[in-house]
Design a protein around this ligand. Structure first.
Ligand code: PAF
Length: 280
C-alpha cells in the first residue's frame, strides 16, 4: 500500500492509473477504523481496479466543544487493517494541506444541512460537504462508498454530487452492527460498561417504531413520542426521533411510502446516531 500526504503526489498516481484506463474507487474516513469501515472498503473494492482510502480528521465538521482534539487517532492500527484488505493507496493529508491559510470556500447543501443533526451540530454538514467536495476533486474517483449509518450525510452527498455535476457514483453500504444490534461507530468506545449494555436499546426502539408503523394504524408523531419517552426513561438524552421520507428527510406524512426513522441521542459522553429504512 502506497501512502501519500500531499494532493500533488496523489494526483500523479491517479493520473497514471487513469492513463492505464483503470477504474478508481474511494472511501473517505476519519480513521479509527472498525468493521463497518472495513465492510465499506471490501464492498467497493469489488467494483474497481484500484482503491484509495483517505484518513483525515476534518476540523471543520466539529463544532465548538465537540471532540475534535480527543477524537481517537489510531494510524498504525488503521494502516494494518487497510493493508489486509488490499487498499492500493492511503491518502492521509495534514490540516494545512487540506485547508491552506487563504482558503475561503464553503460548500453548503441548503436545508438538508440544517435538519436533524444539522440543527444541533451547527455547521457540521457544511464541513462535511466542503471536505468531501475537496477530496472528490483531489482523488477524482469513479465510485465512492459511504455508510448508511450516517444516513443524512449519505443523502447530503448524493444531493451535492447531483447539484454540482460531480462525476462520481455514490455507493451506499448497509450499517454494520454488533451482535446485540448496536451500530458500529468510532464513538462507541466512549461508552462506559454500563452504558454499553443500554446502548443497543436505540436500535430496538427504531425496530419497534418500524413495526408499529407497518402493522398498527397510529399517528406517526405519536409513534415518535412513544419511542422518545422510552429512550429518555432509559437514560438517553434524545436529540430527535423522527419518522421521515427517505428522499427528502422531511417528516413523513400519510402519502410517503419510502421511509427512514432517524434517531440521535446522547448516552453519557457519546452522541449516538442510527436509523432504519423501509417501505410500507
Ligand atoms: O463519515 C465520515 O467519517 C466523515 O464525515 C467523512 C465522510 C469522512 C468526511 O470527513
Amino acid at each position: 500500500m502506497k501512502k501519500v500526504t500531499t494532493a500533488i503526489t496523489l494526483r500523479e498516481t491517479v493520473h497514471q492509473w487513469r492513463a492505464e484506463g483503470l477504474r478508481i474507487a474511494f472511501v473517505p474516513t476519519m480513521g479509527n477504523l472498525h468493521a463497518g469501515h472495513i465492510k465499506l472498503v471490501s464492498e467497493v473494492r469489488k467494483k474497481a481496479d484500484r482503491l484509495i482510502v483517505s484518513i483525515f480528521v476534518n476540523p471543520t465538521q466539529f463544532g465548538v466543544g465537540e471532540d475534535f482534539e480527543s477524537y481517537p487517532r489510531t494510524e498504525a492500527e488503521d494502516e494494518e487493517k487497510l493493508m489486509a484488505v488490499a487498499v492500493d493507496l492511503l491518502f492521509s493529508p495534514t490540516v494545512d494541506e487540506m485547508y491552506p491559510e487563504n482558503s475561503k470556500t464553503v460548500v453548503s447543501v441548503g436545508e438538508l444541512s440544517t435538519l436533524h443533526c444539522g440543527a444541533t451540530r451547527v455547521g457540521h454538514f457544511d464541513g462535511v460537504a466542503t471536505i468531501v467536495t475537496k477530496l472528490f476533486n483531489m482523488v477524482q474517483p469513479d465510485i465512492a462508498a459511504f455508510g448508511e449509518k450516517d444516513f443524512q450525510q449519505l443523502v447530503l452527498i448524493r444531493t451535492l454530487v447531483q447539484d454540482l455535476n460531480i462525476p462520481v457514483e455514490i455507493f451506499a453500504v448497509a450499517t454494520e452492527r454488533e451482535p446485540d444490534g448496536l451500530a458500529m461507530s468510532s464513538r462507541n468506545g466512549y461508552l462506559s460498561a454500563s452504558e454499553r449494555l443500554i446502548a443497543p436499546k436505540l436500535y430496538q426502539a427504531l425496530c419497534k417504531a418500524r413495526e408499529t408503523v407497518l402493522h398498527e394504524n397510529q399517528d406517526l408523531r405519536v409513534v415518535e413520542l412513544q419511542q422518545l419517552n422510552y429512550l429518555e426513561a432509559l437514560g438517553f438524552k434524545v436529540d430527535y426521533f423522527s419518522i421521515c421520507s427517505s428522499d427528502s428527510l422531511q417528516p413523513a406524512t400519510g402519502n410517503d411510502n419510502a421511509l427512514v426513522i432517524l434517531v440521535a441521542a446522547k448516552l453519557g459522553k457519546p452522541r449516538l446516531i442510527d436509523n432504519v429504512r423501509f417501505c410500507r
